[in-house]
Design a protein around this ligand. Structure first.
Ligand code: NZQ
Ligand code: ZN
Length: 388
């Protein structure tokens, strides 16, 4: 491993069928006022909301309801959450839901005691918090983003047609996260596979960089194989606990900073996907799936060695009698077949994007330089056109 790094992850996890029981222990560490954050209502249908409320009441907490967090939470909702937290002197932000609720809770946490506008401060100027941070806890109901064990908080500004993620430092990460794989059983198939592709792509974003022999890459290959294997089983039987638990655990490790240690990282699929999301408000994992193959086919020649390794190690491509280019391309063909098998969206047209939006989406795409090729704006446009 060639990079120098530090590693610390402060989030305490409780995993398994009884994980929610541990909320009782955790609540002892925080004050009385709890802002209960959830989405559009799935947690009420499944009964998870009632179970959480019962535990909060048993522990003498005052509950301040903050529902209606939308997928891809908006800056307007963020400002509303900050208002609720300020008015009620909140001691704990408790998110019950998927990545959107967890991200939103983190964005609120750094904004409650901050006088400036959070969008300008954290998402335009990318400053770090210089105020008290309200603690966050998560009860996860959807596997995918890894938000339960990282500092990421993605916020969408529809007015400015921007969707931007800020990866905050350790002190913004959830203090604890409760992961019960059974809570994900009720996810609609489309959300489940979107999450699965999100996991896979998080790993790819950290895998496709660097040329050194790096333990992080071996870990990544194992995580990719696990999620591919479990994806088929979960589609066949969404209540296959073993598959759903592996998917949930893989999601956490795919983006809790472990597999990026000692490496640069790419993240261009996410930059393209987020820009598509800013224009279409489409489901996060689907935006990634829709731009992935055009992007990877474009950068393949620049990272050929890694794409050959990916084909052989992750997709089992036999190298015998094949050139490196053939092996690498076959790897992407197998990946494409898997994407079709699980049923992710394969183009941005199906997500609501059109030819006329391409220039605007390209403008909203942040170009990063950690992968095998720094894209020019023309290349971004070409990849987006290829994704239509
Ligand atoms: O809102 P409700 O009614 O709860 O329904 C949600 C939502 O419609 C539903 N859902 C969640 N759990 C369910 C369920 N439905 C039935 N049963 C359950 N158990 O699923 C829908 C999607 O939920 P959401 O939280 O939006 O999905 P996801 O976890 O994919 O989060 C997406 C957000 O996270 C950001 C994305 O950009 C997007 O804004 N990301 C955060 C990252 C991070 N923190 O590191 C990294 C990711 O790359 C990503 O960018
Ligand atoms: Zn993602």
């Amino acid at each position: 491993m060639l990079g120098n790094f530090s590693y610390h992850n402060p989030t305490k996890l409780y995993f398994g069928e009884n994980a929610l029981d541990f909320l009782n222990e955790e609540l002892k560490n925080y004050g009385k006022n709890v802002q209960l954050i959830y989405g559009g209502g799935s947690v009420k249908k499944t009964g998870i909301y009632d179970s959480v409320v019962a535990i909060l009441k048993e522990n003498g907490k005052e509950i301040f309801d903050d529902g209606g967090v939308m997928p891809n939470p908006t800056v307007e909702k963020l400002r509303e959450g900050v208002r609720i937290a300020r008015e009620n002197k909140i001691d704990l932000l408790l998110a019950v839901g998927g990545g959107s609720c967890c991200d939103y809770a983190k964005a609120v946490s750094v904004s409650v005691h901050c006088d400036e506008d959070p969008w300008e401060k954290y998402y335009i100027r990318f400053e770090e918090p210089d105020c008290e941070i309200v603690p966050v806890g998560c009860i996860l109901t959807m596997a995918g983003t890894g938000s339960e064990m990282n500092g990421g908080a993605v916020i969408t500004n529809h007015g400015q047609k921007l969707k931007i993620g800020h990866v905050f430092s350790d002190d913004v990460m959830p203090k604890f996260s409760i992961l019960n794989p059974k809570f994900t059983f009720s996810l609609p198939k489309r959300q489940m596979v979107s999450g699965i592709y999100d996991i896979f792509n998080h790993i790819c974003e950290q895998y496709f960089s660097g040329d050194d022999d790096n333990t992080s890459d071996y870990l990544s290959e194992a995580l990719m194989k696990s999620v591919i294997h479990s994806s088929y089983r979960a589609i066949e039987d969404p209540e296959d606990y073993e598959a759903r638990s592996n998917i949930m655990w893989t999601a956490t490790w795919a983006l809790n900073t472990l597999i990026s240690r000692g490496k640069t990282t790419d993240w261009m699929v996410h930059m393209l996907g987020q820009a598509v999301g800013a224009y279409t408000d489409a489901t996060h994992g689907m935006t990634l799936a829709a731009v992935s193959l055009p992007y990877y086919r474009h950068i393949l020649p620049y990272g050929l060695k890694k794409f050959v390794r990916f084909a052989e190690e992750v997709w089992g491509v036999c190298p015998d009698g094949r050139s490196d280019e053939e092996i690498a391309s076959l790897g992407l063909e197998r990946m494409e077949q898997w994407m079709k098998d699980i049923g992710v969206t394969m183009n941005i047209t199906d997500l609501g994007a059109s030819e006329e939006m391409i220039e605007g989406i390209a403008d909203a795409t942040i170009i990063l330089d950690g992968g095998y090729k720094v894209l020019s704006r023309d290349e971004v446009v070409a990849i987006l056109k290829e994704s239509l």
